[in-house]
Structure formats: structure tokens, C-alpha cells
Design a protein around this ligand. Structure first.
Ligand SMILES: [Zn+2]
Length: 308
């Protein structure tokens, strides 16, 4: 497998207030663990700046203008109780979108079989018209629509194993049966959405997990709900909203996964990508707030992407 890794120094310049869990050190921890010689075979690429017009694939123009107007010239501006912007946040968010779209290009051109985008801010809580939950724009949603528009594919699946429900991705694709959205997440937990009964146009598959459950319940949710939905949908591309906050060390949730579970689930999705989508899989970093749990989980995930 050829696995591309997209990073960019600008992702460290999206600043959050002291004590905020979504902090630049997360990417430094990922960078350190991927420096190991086990990852020497990664095809490392600096993320290109994104095309702002592609944000409109998932968000209306007046919302984009509102986010831009909220970017401060100095200091940190509050967008909601836990979502903030600093002077470089716009450029960071645009570059995250640029990286995700470039990774989509790579898996369609054959330059890579799969890719991992280590970017921040994350994206899966950003709804059509609301920035929230540490997220400004929904990078995964933009990338899914980008694949449809630029590469002419019909069906894209977004699989989200972040411990929080991706309310934003669900909102954007609620009535769009060309995109399958599957999520495992702790419930109850922020943002409160993600019940099994939320099914959109039949294209939304939510598999909520009870607090204090772990590997067995998580794997069963994939085996009984997510993977059958993927086989039924037969996507042309799989996009992963890869949050690692279901790790047992994570301070924001109470699901007890280990890095072995992220290795396993990555392998399961790669099998489906091999079966349906010519191996094409693009993974985007979402949450993960314990630096050690995050680093070990990303190592397991990216190691599996490389090995197949
Ligand atoms: Zn999360």
C-alpha cells in the first residue's frame, strides 16, 4: 500500500485558550510518533492551500462569510462556548480542506492507495450553517462532495468513529442518499444527536455506544451495523472521520478502546475499500485529547493503512 501523510505547520497556528483540549500539542504528539522508522515508508506531503470555493460544497456563502468575519486580528475570539478562532484559524481551516481534497485527488489518480490527513481544526461537528464543537468547516463533508464533483463518482461513504456524534456531517447529508454516513459514538454525550432512530433518507446509520463499554461493543457495532451498511451501499470512496477520543485514556468520554481496536477497525474498512472502492480510503483526523492515547492510536491506524 502507498499511504500518503498530509501535514502543514499552519495547523499548529490555530490557537485555542489555555487548558482547551483541542490544542496544537495534539499534532506535535502525532508528529513525534510518526517520526519512528516504522513509518519511514510514508509518503509525506505538505498540504496545499485549499480552494475556498470548495467550502461551498457543504456550507452556504453567508455562513462562510460569517466565519471569516469572526477571525480576530489578534488574540482569541469565541464563536461558541467551546469553539474559538485565532488570527491563523482561517488559513488552518482552508489548508485542512486543501489537504483532504488533495488526498481525494491522490486516491483517484493512483498516486496513493490511501491517505491520512493530520490537520486541525477538526470538522465533523460543523453543520451547514453552524460552527461548533471545536469545528469551523466540515472538512469530511467538503471532501465527499469534492470527490463527487471533481471525480464524477456517485457514492461516497463517511465512516465516523470519533467518540462524539458527527452531527455536522449528519446535518449536511441528511437528505442526500448519494452519501452514506455511519457513526459509532458514546451516547449520552455531546452534542446529543446520533440516536439509532435518526436515519435521514435511509443513508444515516447511527450506532450509539453506552458509557463504560469498550472493545467488544465497539467491534460488534461495526460488524452488525456499519460494515453491512457499507457492503450494501458499495461506495466508490471511503472517507474516515478518524477521532481517537474513544481511547480509554481520553478525558472527554467514557469508552474504553485501545489502539488495537483502531488497528482492527482500520483493517475492516480497508477490506471494504478493497472490495468496493479500489482501495480508495481517505482518513481525516477529528478528535483525540489524551496525547499518549492519541499518538499510540494514530500509530496503530496509520501502520495498518500502510500494511493493508
Ligand atoms: Zn470527539
Amino acid at each position: 500500500m502507498t499511504t500518503r501523510l498530509y501535514t502543514h505547520p499552519i495547523f499548529l497556528e490555530h490557537l485555542t485558550p489555555p487548558g482547551h483540549p483541542e490544542r496544537p500539542d495534539r499534532l506535535r504528539a502525532i508528529e513525534r510518533v510518526l517520526d519512528d522508522e516504522a513509518f519511514a515508508g510514508l509518503d509525506r506531503v505538505q498540504a496545499p492551500e485549499g480552494d475556498e470555493a470548495t467550502i461551498l460544497y457543504a456550507h452556504p456563502a453567508d455562513f462562510v462569510a460569517r466565519v471569516r468575519a469572526a477571525i480576530p486580528e489578534e488574540g482569541i475570539a469565541r464563536i461558541d462556548a467551546d469553539t474559538t478562532a485565532s488570527p491563523k484559524s482561517w488559513q488552518a481551516a482552508i489548508t485542512a480542506i486543501g489537504a483532504a481534497n488533495a488526498a481525494v485527488d491522490d486516491v483517484f489518480s493512483g498516486r496513493a492507495d490511501n491517505a491520512f490527513v493530520a490537520a486541525r481544526p477538526p470538522g465533523h461537528h460543523a453543520e451547514k450553517t453552524t460552527a461548533m464543537g471545536f469545528c469551523l468547516f466540515n472538512t469530511a463533508a467538503v471532501a465527499a462532495r469534492y470527490a463527487q464533483k471533481k471525480h464524477g463518482v456517485e457514492r461516497v461513504a463517511v465512516v465516523d468513529w470519533d467518540v462524539h456524534h458527527g452531527n455536522g456531517t449528519q446535518d449536511i447529508f441528511w437528505d442526500d442518499p448519494s452519501v452514506l454516513y455511519c457513526s459509532t459514538h458514546q451516547m449520552p454525550l455531546y452534542p446529543g444527536t446520533g440516536a439509532k432512530s435518526e436515519t435521514g433518507a435511509g443513508n444515516i446509520v447511527n450506532a450509539p455506544l453506552a458509557p463504560q463499554t469498550g472493545s467488544e461493543v465497539f467491534r460488534d457495532a461495526f460488524l452488525s451495523r456499519v460494515l453491512p451498511a457499507l457492503d450494501n451501499f458499495a461506495p466508490d470512496l471511503i472517507i474516515v472521520s478518524a477521532g481517537f477520543d474513544a481511547h480509554h485514556r481520553d478525558p472527554l468520554a467514557e469508552i474504553n478502546l485501545t489502539e488495537d481496536d483502531f488497528d482492527w477497525v482500520t483493517g475492516q474498512l480497508m477490506q471494504r475499500a478493497a472490495r468496493h472502492s479500489g482501495n480508495r480510503l481517505v482518513s481525516l483526523l477529528e478528535g483525540g485529547y489524551d496525547l499518549q492515547g492519541l499518538a499510540f492510536s494514530v500509530a496503530a491506524h496509520v501502520g495498518r493503512l500502510m500494511k493493508g
